[in-house]
Design a protein. Structure first.
Length: 399
């Protein structure tokens, strides 16, 4: 491709949002070039959902997303919802299933979703360049038109529309960088502070000494922080706590905040102990609690609040301490496992800078931002992919 050849659209970033934007614009007849720094497009798609790709969720609402402007995501999600992407999946004959809580996964492997996007890009005559490092982005006039010039290690390309779909800082091992934020700063656009999202917690040494012997143990739990509560599995690790409920609540946690965990949700432990004292007085408490949790967890948790003994031997003060330990466990995490282990990046380009309809920057005509680089972060469970599909599709209609 010569540097004098005029493109309509250059998209930087070959992830879910970038590919959706590319195929949408290409099928409108736009001449699209998609640039990807890695050796292949869609790497995050391939590793998602344990290799089966949780590609959307049946129950997508604005409340499932975090943003400085909680209303910003509504327009795109209403114009390209879960059923729209499901229609694309069914068009290509890909079988899928609902796992839980509306989460849709491929019956097969994640490459099936990537192949859909690649086929749709081919249908729109989208040109894809991998191993393409962007060295410089400029905006200037050519032939009386304001265009973007993108200098790369594979040549220089010009287009009237430039789309930034480079994602956030999570998963640097597959190529995540701060490139998109750099472009935003270059053009004077505001950013909101970034932090790892959907990420595991690390614990202070004291709490870790109490829990590290449980590494690998899971439990159904109710986890709360900052007026948000999630019920799902938690997992004890050598560094702290993980599992779906922990990842979910991490989106609402800030350093120094306390997290409360109920290891026996929907269960009246105090009432049960009283009943056991009458009906099973000689049963050891670890045994009867172990019927709802693992024996390993029950014994360790009892040891932190009281000794294990027959239920008839516990007084009211001991029962209160046991209930607090199991159902009102309060921790202040020391931090998180950071961007290398984070599913997503919270924060990013301030949505005040963008049109919620077109994703074009208000102050820079022809410049668009989509996907994770924007300050919209979804819950665990297919919501972030749906945001990628929706923002990419909507921008693709206007570039």
């Amino acid at each position: 491709m010569s540097i004098t050849e005029q493109l309509d659209v250059i998209i930087i970033g070959g992830g879910a949002a970038g590919m959706m934007c590319a195929l949408t614009a290409g099928q409108r007849g736009r001449k699209v070039l998609l640039l990807e720094y890695a050796d292949r497009v869609g790497k995050k798609i391939l590793i998602s959902g344990g290799g089966r790709c949780n590609f959307t969720n049946l129950r997508v609402e604005a409340e499932h997303f975090i943003s400085g402007n909680p209303h910003f995501c509504k327009s795109a999600l209403s114009r390209f919802g879960p059923q729209d992407f499901i229609a694309l999946v069914e068009k290509h004959g890909i079988s899928y299933h609902e796992k839980k809580l509306g989460q849709l996964f491929c019956d097969g492997k994640s490459p099936a979703i990537l192949n859909i996007l690649l086929e749709e890009c081919r249908s729109g005559s989208v040109e894809i360049k991998t191993r393409c490092k962007v060295e410089n982005v400029e905006r200037h006039e050519i032939g009386g038109k304001r265009v973007f010039t993108v200098q790369t290690n594979q040549g220089r390309f010009d287009a009237e529309s430039l789309v930034i779909a480079t994602g956030g800082l999570s998963f640097p091992k597959i190529g995540a960088t701060d490139f998109g934020y750099g472009v935003a700063k270059q053009f004077g656009l505001k950013l909101r502070e970034c932090a790892p999202g959907l990420v595991s917690f690390t614990l202070h040494p004291r709490e870790l000494r109490e829990t590290e012997c449980l590494a690998g143990t899971a439990a159904d739990a109710l986890v709360s922080c900052n007026k948000q509560t999630f019920r799902d599995a938690i997992l004890f690790t050598h560094r702290g706590l993980s599992g779906p409920a922990i990842l979910q609540i991490s989106n609402y946690w800030d350093p120094g905040d306390a997290v409360t965990i109920n290891l026996l949700p929907d269960f009246d432990l105090a009432g049960a102990i009283k009943q056991w004292q009458q009906e099973r007085p000689n049963a050891e408490l670890k045994t009867v609690i172990g019927e709802r949790l693992t024996q390993r967890l029950a014994l360790q948790w009892l040891a932190l609040s009281s000794e294990n003994k027959p239920v008839s031997q516990y007084n009211a003060k001991e029962v209160a301490a046991i209930v607090a330990r199991f159902q009102k466990w309060r921790i202040v995490p020391s931090g998180t496992t950071g961007y290398p282990m984070a599913e997503v990046t919270k924060g990013g380009l301030d949505t005040d800078e963008l049109s919620s309809k077109t994703f074009e920057a208000h102050r820079v005509k022809g410049l668009y931002f989509i996907g994770e680089v924007v300050d919209v972060t979804g819950w665990l469970g297919g919501y972030n992919f749906q945001w990628a599909w929706a923002s990419g599709h909507c921008a693709g209609l206007f570039v």
